[in-house]
Ligand binder design. Structure first.
Ligand SMILES: [Zn+2]
Length: 223
């Protein structure tokens, strides 16, 4: 990807328009959303069937719509997809929808962005079943350090927003499998980086280089 100007920040997961000229943003689309005809040069997309979108009857339609959206060349990841025990369709439907997306990601050679609320057993089961070759990134993680450590041990990557940037979690995950995000918080991505720097003690340059390298290795890019 050719980028205008100097990129300092990568917003790995956002629902807003994009992060300005010094940031690359991965904007999330839900199945059925179209990639907008005009978007900033430094915007990429993820596309997935969110568990909140799912009902017990709409999986087939969502699958068709996702295939159309995911075919766009600026869609670089599948998701957010995953498990939510508090909202959305019943568990079995969520599981089927997730496996469908995990298999598409394998076929397309893309990483998966994971939304997971209390569905850790299902997520682990799916990972054992699919054995993905590309990373699965748990976005918006806000759990404990011990949960983070066990998921990191199983190979999961993490994308953290302001609420997830605790010392406990940052001591438990691999920093070379870590990304930062704004999600739907309305914050600036620079603010999330500064929080990350204050918890880790990294200086700005080190934090920016780390996240950029991680993003590049995730997508086989060179930003
Ligand atoms: Zn999101």
């Amino acid at each position: 990807m050719k980028l205008p100007g100097e990129i300092r920040y990568i917003d790995f997961h956002t629902h807003s328009q994009g992060g300005g000229s010094d940031a690359v943003a991965v904007r999330n689309l839900m199945a059925g959303d179209e990639v907008p005809a005009d978007f900033a040069a430094n915007t990429l997309f993820s596309a997935g069937i969110h568990p909140w979108q799912l009902t017990d009857g709409n999986l087939g339609q969502m699958q068709t719509e996702l295939l159309l959206t995911a075919a766009h060349p600026h869609v670089v990841m599948i998701g957010e997809a995953g498990f939510d025990r508090l909202r959305g369709a019943q568990g079995e439907v969520q599981y089927r929808a997730f496996l469908f997306q995990a298999h598409i990601a394998v076929e397309m050679g893309k990483p998966v962005v994971i939304h997971c609320v209390k569905g850790w057993d299902e997520l682990r089961r799916a990972r054992r079943e699919v054995k993905p070759g590309r990373p699965w990134v748990i976005h918006g993680f806000r759990g404990s350090g011990s949960l983070a450590a066990s998921l990191a041990e199983e190979g999961f990557w993490f994308s953290l927003g302001a609420e997830g940037l605790t010392a406990e979690v940052l001591e438990s995950v691999y920093h070379e499998k870590l990304l930062l995000e704004t999600d739907d918080s309305g914050r600036q991505i620079a603010e999330v980086y500064h929080l990350f720097e204050s918890v880790t003690g990294y200086d700005e340059q080190r934090a920016e280089r780390l996240v950029r390298n991680n993003f590049n290795s995730l997508l086989n890019f060179s930003l």
